[in-house]
Design a protein around this ligand. Structure first.
Ligand SMILES: NC(=O)c1ccc[n+]([C@@H]2O[C@H](COP(=O)([O-])OP(=O)(O)OC[C@H]3O[C@@H](n4cnc5c(N)ncnc54)[C@H](O)[C@@H]3O)[C@@H](O)[C@H]2O)c1
Length: 250
């Protein structure tokens, strides 16, 4: 309990999947969670559930690809709470397609959400973190930002970009006591992977690479996010925290 007590934590893509469990765990551990998502109804419902359970959560509609919405969200949070301590750049989209079938529009859409969204978010919160004397930015990359896989060229390119952006931002922002790290989940059971994991050939191939031989529950990744959000990770800067059941160990 109370591992992030009093912190103001902004999470993107908090309406479902891992974003949801990041919000629930951060709130259970004492943070005031600003849950954002482009899906307003689902996001409001998750925030309400957190409040019902005794946690502090507010919903703000935010499409991470919209620079103006980022600025409005940050202004509203600073006006209400005075600062932002934690940003979890979690929102992301996936597409399983071979390179030659990937259209330019699909490539751009993937980069718009997965990379530009992280850039916009980081740039928007840094002034508030600087004023507060520091902060923690947690970027959700993937094992697909570390190793190759079939049918995922556009997605992998975005997650590789997030991996290196995290290190670059860690360097640039360390003078302000802002720590930036990336998290690299493996095969996680969320709405994003539901259809894929229902296909025996995908499931078997993915789990054959995973030493635990099972997908993770989203909560198991949230524990890594909680650690990076908390002061327990005060000396963890520019690191890659892999949460993959051993997928990349072999
Ligand atoms: N599920 C996995 O196996 C897995 C593995 C590695 C990395 N990841 C990454 O983890 C993150 C979360 O994945 P998930 O599996 O929970 O996904 P999910 O599809 O279950 O949930 C994603 C959430 O992001 C929101 N979102 C999508 N685009 C958005 C936008 N433009 N603006 C705001 N919100 C938006 C969705 O509405 C949804 O609530 C993603 O960045 C994903 O790439 C997932």
């Amino acid at each position: 309990m109370d591992r992030v007590k009093g912190k103001i934590a902004l999470v993107t893509g908090g309406a479902m999947g891992m974003g949801r469990t990041h919000c629930e765990l951060l709130a259970r551990e004492g943070a005031t969670v600003i849950l954002t998502d482009r899906e307003a109804q689902a996001g409001e419902a998750v925030a309400a559930g957190i409040r019902q359970a005794g946690g502090k959560a507010e919903f703000i509609a935010l499409d991470v690809t919209d620079e103006r919405q980022w600025q409005e969200a940050v202004n509203a949070i600073v006006a209400r709470h005075g600062r932002i301590d934690v940003l979890v750049n979690n929102a992301g989209i996936f597409m399983a397609k071979p390179l030659l079938d990937t259209s330019t529009e699909e490539w751009d859409r993937m980069f718009n959400v997965n990379v530009r969204g992280v850039f916009f978010g980081t740039r928007a919160v840094v002034p508030a973190m600087q004023k507060a004397g520091g902060g923690s930015i947690i970027n959700i990359s993937s094992i697909y930002g570390i190793v190759g896989a079939p049918m995922a060229c556009a997605y992998q390119a975005t997650k590789g970009a997030v991996r290196l952006m995290s290190k670059s931002c860690a360097v640039d922002l360390s003078p302000f006591n802002i720590r930036v790290n990336s998290v690299h989940p493996g095969v996680i059971d969320t709405p994003m992977t539901k259809d894929l994991l229902a296909q025996p050939e995908f499931r078997d191939a993915a789990l054959a690479m995973t030493l635990t031989r099972r997908p993770a529950r989203p909560e198991e990744v949230s524990q890594a996010v909680l650690f990076l959000a908390s002061d327990e990770s005060s000396y963890v800067v520019g690191a890659e925290l892999v949460v993959d059941g051993g997928y990349t160990a072999m």
